[in-house]
Design a protein. Structure first.
Length: 486
């Protein structure tokens, strides 16, 4: 290993691994350092007894979205894995007191002739259907300039312009919590419009990798691309601190030894980077206050089930209580809701290679309050959510090979973050547009990537987009330096 690099990247989540691929493609001598042995951060793979389960979830546009764009930009599109798309998935939703079989794509509902059946199951009236179609059409054809006007408009206000069926309202409110970790009265309408616009333009291309690697296939593809461009990867090594000398980042400390670099890109979360790795004393106090006061998405509670036989044909499902506002407010205040917002994803129904023959993998997630690790008793929460999952998926208890349960304390320890937040810095009206934390640090040659600074997509998509935005920043600098575009 060299002792001096052009770029050091901390963390191999989607933002960090994408940054390593992109920066190395600019001929930067690049080193990526990951504290865990597994690549991927929240998109890492958990393997045990022949089962492969995701640490987190990616429901994104696959090769048509920013994950595919990274590999296209670095000339490694051949590394993109194959995908299964949601138009072909059986999906079940519990909305309040209704149980509904549906697809996430209006196009798919039209093509299969199931729109009328779904509409009848939730008592949708003609006027409500027209309002839904109007909303979808408007979002699909909005320009970025038009969308920016809604960055500081909350999603609830935006949706109030349309006449909504009460069950579809429940779906949208639960969907906001599911993808943003924030409720409709806080989430940015601009961000939701971007997500719906992009998914609609790609004809509902929401999918999941099918190469036996689960969601980790995406950061692993980025790492392969980075290596193809000469990057070095160090796993099982924790960065103890970022070295700041004369107001600029000059490297990192690993195992008591300095590894020098011209620049450092952190995918470790903006608050841990500022207050712990770099050290708050190197920043203006007002900046530290701003970063310390960032609002985060709700925390995550995760259940990974390895089952000895298949218990459901549904790929994706979710249960959303009718009173989403009460459920969310109870949850965020640390009071156990009467019913949680819960999502399950049966990954082996898409990719049988994730489980031994005849077996099944199912991952379930829910949310909780954002608290300091070690200060909250998660046991009753895990117990209640587990009971709700057992009601949603009859037979799951009797067929368990193992179940790995992770509360927010476990997630915080694995990710090296202060909180076990499900997504990162929330995409809320007070943290979007010019109010979003910048990827460019006040300290020279220190940069951030990841969901804390990304925007324009859901979860890992926003993290990958942050790496693309930073790549564009460096390309512009190179263009200015050399008078030409690389």
């Amino acid at each position: 290993m060299n002792k001096h690099y052009d770029t050091i990247v901390i963390g191999s989540g989607c933002g960090g691994s994408a940054a390593a691929a992109l920066m190395s493609s600019l001929r930067h001598r690049t080193l990526l350092i990951e504290k865990n042995k597994a690549i991927g951060g929240r998109a890492a793979l958990y393997e045990k007894d022949g089962f492969k389960l995701d640490h987190g979830h990616i429901l994104a546009r696959c090769d048509k979205g920013p994950h595919g764009e990274v590999l296209r930009l670095v000339g490694c599109a051949d590394l993109m894995p194959g995908f299964s798309y949601s138009q072909n998935w059986p999906i079940r939703a519990w909305l309040g007191d209704r149980q509904i079989d549906l697809y996430p794509s209006l196009r798919r509902l039209f093509l299969t002739g199931k729109m009328g059946r779904v509409g009848r199951s939730i008592d949708m009236k003609a006027g409500e259907f027209i309002a839904l179609a109007r909303m979808a059409a408007r979002q699909t054809f909005m320009s970025e300039r038009e969308i920016e006007k809604f960055d500081q408009v909350d999603l609830k206000t935006f949706l109030s312009r349309y006449r909504h069926n009460p069950y579809f309202r429940v779906f949208l409110e639960g969907f906001s919590v599911g993808i943003f970790g924030s409720p409709v009265w806080e989430a940015s309408a601009g961000e939701m419009i971007r997500i719906f616009r992009n998914v609609n333009r790609d004809l509902g291309a929401v999918g999941y990798p099918t190469n036996g690697e689960g969601v980790s296939a995406i950061p692993k593809a980025f790492i392969k691309a980075a290596r193809r461009h000469g990057a070095e990867i160090m796993t099982g090594a924790e960065v103890q601190s970022i070295v700041i000398e004369n107001g600029r980042a000059t490297g990192v400390m690993v195992n008591g030894e300095k590894i020098a670099a011209e620049r450092v890109i952190s995918n470790a979360g903006i608050m841990p980077t500022v207050t712990r790795l770099a050290g708050a004393g190197h920043f203006e106090s007002s900046y530290v206050r701003t970063i310390s006061n960032l609002k985060y998405s709700c925390s995550g509670l995760s259940f990974k089930f390895a089952l000895k036989k298949k218990i459901t044909d549904y790929v994706w499902g979710f249960e959303i209580p009718f009173d989403v506002q009460k459920s969310y407010n109870d949850m965020i205040a640390g009071r156990r809701p009467d019913k949680f917002i819960v999502m399950f994803f049966a990954s082996s129904n898409i990719d049988p290679g994730l489980a031994p023959e005849g077996c099944q993998t199912i991952s379930c997630i829910s949310g909780g309050p954002v608290v300091e690790p070690g200060t909250f008793d998660w046991s009753p929460w895990m117990r209640d959510i587990r009971s709700q999952i057992e009601r949603m998926l009859p037979g799951i208890n009797e067929n368990i090979v193992f179940c790995k349960e992770d509360n927010p304390d476990h997630i915080a320890a694995f990710n090296g973050r202060f909180y076990g937040d499900a997504v990162g810095a929330a995409q809320t009206i007070d943290q979007m547009g010019d109010l979003r934390p910048s990827m460019v640090s006040p300290i020279k040659n220190l940069y951030h990537v990841g969901a804390d600074v990304g925007w324009g997509g859901m979860a890992t998509e926003s993290a990958t987009l942050s790496a693309i935005y930073l790549y564009d920043h460096f390309r512009r600098r190179l263009s200015n330096d050399h008078g030409c575009v690389l």
